[in-house]
Ligand binder design. Structure first.
Ligand SMILES: C[S@@+](CC[C@H](N)C(=O)[O-])C[C@H]1O[C@@H](n2cnc3c(N)ncnc32)[C@H](O)[C@@H]1O
Length: 374
């Protein structure tokens, strides 16, 4: 099988987490901002799409070259063997980005690349300047950074955060891969209890259950590669079966609570869709009344942020209640994500560690408190 240069993309701050995930799957990696590179064949493209919890996408790096002018850009793209990648009827949109480069007009970069591919394919397929583009989707992107151009093919389709277990609702859920990334920044592996006292639609608890039971996050969805002509569907079925055979049963308790019963009903539907309803104990309780007999575990949550000024006071009251109730649970490592830079003051304790992360476009801190008692 052909070997490819591959890379995973991810949100800023999660490069090391994705690199670790890839290494655990057996790959050698190199990292740059927002990308982790590795090598592999079609089986590896399938395996990484199905198994990575924190990445956004897996792409094939088709070609990398220096491009200081449009002529070079055209020639380098034209010189690639497009017919071995794209069938004659392929639909192949090209998106373009340029950063700190001589070639900076993104619309021009996009249309030159598209033209070079069309010209080459019409020649290779003996078509007269016309390609139907009525077939399967192959999304290409051209990225020029400091004059180095990279042309890549997306193998993922809809971003990997879309696992396929979630029902839509009006709340502000964490993206699934972001929630998994937060969990991967903790030592959580299912052997100790986990509590999310602001569970909302249940994303952190569900992702924790998937980790605890070693359930691959990509079992319920399709990927762009499913429609590539050169991907054997049997390989895909094999990888799915392989992932299913690794699912385990036993793990420590996962508690998911929230003040709002209606959001808990949504969380239960999501957990059921993900096959982990029986792995999570859902309960309706306000944080001020929260209590647990469990010890030596992890508490993780994104409580309300109070983004709007009028909500700030009530969010800060909740942080005070958290401090009163959770602050005493000193055998737990605790992790809280919020955009409120004064969280520690209201929680009543300075974090052992803070990590800046972007939840979508909201700048947040991940406040980390280590246990003080075994
Ligand atoms: C930012 S959302 C959490 C979103 C969640 N991580 C998800 O992915 O869906 C905050 C949650 O805190 C809950 N909440 C607000 N006040 C609370 C309180 N006093 N006690 C417990 N939960 C509360 C809300 O109902 C909401 O579901």
């Amino acid at each position: 099988m052909k070997n490819y240069d591959l890379y995973a993309t991810m949100g800023t701050g999660f490069e090391a987490v994705v690199a670790k995930e890839l290494q655990n799957l057996g790959y050698n990696t190199t990292t740059e901002n927002g990308r982790v590179f590795f090598k592999g064949n079609i089986g590896d493209i399938i395996k990484t799409n199905i198994n990575l919890r924190t990445a956004d996408r897996i792409k094939i790096l088709l070609k990398e070259f220096k491009a200081l002018d449009f002529e070079t850009l055209y020639d380098q793209i034209f010189n690639y063997d497009w017919a071995q990648l794209l069938p004659v009827d392929a639909k192949f949109p090209v998106s373009g980005r340029s950063v700190k480069s001589k070639l900076h007009s993104e619309p021009d970069i996009q249309s030159i690349v598209k033209k070079a591919i069309v010209d080459k394919m019409t020649q290779q397929y003996h078509r007269r300047g016309f390609l139907p583009e009525t077939g399967n989707l192959y999304h290409l992107d051209i990225y020029i950074n400091k004059d180095i151009a990279r042309i890549s093919l997306d193998t993922t389709g809809e971003s990997l955060f879309k696992r396929g277990y979630r029902v839509e609702h009006g709340g502000a859920p964490l993206k699934e891969n972001f929630a998994a990334g937060l969990l991967k920044l903790t030592p959580y592996n299912g052997t100790h209890p986990l509590i999310d006292p602001f569970t909302g639609s249940g994303t952190l608890a569900i992702e924790a259950a998937l980790i605890a039971r070693n359930i691959a996050p990509g079992l319920w969805r399709n990927f762009a590669f499913n429609n590539f002509d050169w991907v054997d569907n049997n390989l895909y079925k094999q990888e799915i079966e392989n992932a299913k055979s690794k699912i385990s049963k036993n793990h420590a308790p996962i508690i998911a609570s929230d003040i709002d019963q209606s959001i808990l009903e949504i969380a239960k539907v999501n957990a059921n869709n993900a096959g982990v309803l029986d792995d999570i104990r859902f309960k309706q309780v306000a944080i001020k009344d929260f209590a647990t007999d469990l010890t030596n575990g992890i508490i993780i949550a994104n409580p309300p942020y109070g983004q709007r000024l009028k909500d700030k006071t009530s969010a800060r009251k909740i942080y005070q209640e958290m401090g009163n109730v959770l602050g005493n649970l000193s055998s737990f490592n605790q992790y809280y994500l919020t955009s409120d830079v004064e969280f520690e003051k209201y929680f009543g304790k300075v974090a052992n560690k803070k990590r800046k992360l972007f939840n979508g476009n909201i700048r947040t801190d991940f406040y980390q408190y280590w246990h003080t008692k075994k």
